[in-house]
Design a protein around this ligand. Sequence first.
Ligand code: SF4
Length: 462
Amino acid sequence: MLLRHTPTEILERSALTINPAKTCQPIGAMYAALGIHGCLPHSHGSQGCCSYHRSTLTRHYKEPVMAATSSFTEGSSVFGGQANLLQAIENMFSVYDPQVIAVHTTCLSETIGDDIPQIVDKARADGKIPAGRHVIHANTPSYVGSHVTGFANMAKGIVDYLAGGDDLPKNKQQLNLIPGWVEPADMRELKRLTRLMGFDPITFPDTSDVLDAPQTGKHAFYPKGGVTPAQMARTGASIATIALGPTTAGPAARALENKCNVAAHVLGLPIGLRATDRFIAELRKLNGGFVPPEVLDERGRLLDMITDMHQYFYQKRVALWGDPDQLVALSEFFLDLDMTPAYIVTGTPGKKFLARIAEVLGEQIRATQVRQGPQADMFLLHQWIKNKPVDLLMGNTYGKYIARDENTPFVRHGFPILDRVGHADFPTVGYRGALRLLEMILNIFMDRQDRNAPEESFELVM
Ligand code: SF4
């Protein structure tokens, strides 16, 4: 009983977060930066921040994550980090030869007020940036926002610095695809679906083949995946931009619309049946109106599983925590399964989340407790569960303590997952991804039924 001190009595708190349902902004910026080919992320702050960001990503993706740091000392904390960053840019280009350096700030450099664009301009004027190479940046103060905000800021930074090509003739097959914060396998799946729908997508950030790169026996400091600066330079010629996730991908899509006049279509994450339907329908509007049989078959297989196994889902109560775009999509999917999203918490701020959840839940909102913000934490979620239990927990690894104490089935989904494998390798987006989600949920329910069944009702066939 590791959480045995969690009380059932819920007191309103205003200045205390206990086990937050979010993590630090620069982690998201670093993850997004790794979706550029040949990119070396750079943390403008102290070494401790950079170590934390790298280790969290490494533990989730089970891949070594390379990143540099400005290594602030007491001196840079007082006088600013310009000298450190200028030296770092010079060192990185001469030692590690990246195509792109993606600088993100930290709490410390934001508090000092370091002006990154000015420092980058000086680096360029001083000849520290070789021809054809790029230094981009995003501001990621972690005392506001979360890892989700950091991802969104860096995705927008990629557009601000690298997007172009609005003077090129429009290419009807070329589509910009901004997948939001999903796993490398999800990015690969989204590209596959987009290609099946007749497009040649420019996908960014794209961490497939970066954070799930195959073992070849040879170390590649810069794996083969990621969007290239050359691809970004022709995003302006695309027919449209599809952004999946208003929180993570929306700002980049709108920036691209403003910069290169490419229409932004901002959708929810295509997790589950209806959200994937909307993604396919949007592509269908752009491709002249066809959906290939392969995609229809995948949808049919998902529907078949939902109807065949409905009795296992019906009226099961689920607790969800994590990132806004994922929570909205998962809530809708659970409603489609006739399950009840009972509790939803996210530590990520954002004005539209509560309205989006209310829209998705409809009448169900009366039976759902939803909380967002600093006090929407794992402690509150546990208190809710202690007062009225759920049948399923779904979220990142930090739910394992509640799962153990409350003896509740737990499916890991979201970020970070520090204690299991497979999340980076098997998609949960699209129809095939939804099938995988169903498999994980059903198996855990069936395992529980097998474990709890008395001998006279222990069934071979389920
Ligand atoms: S919260 Fe701020 S100080 Fe802490 S690791 Fe993140 S950037 Fe660094």
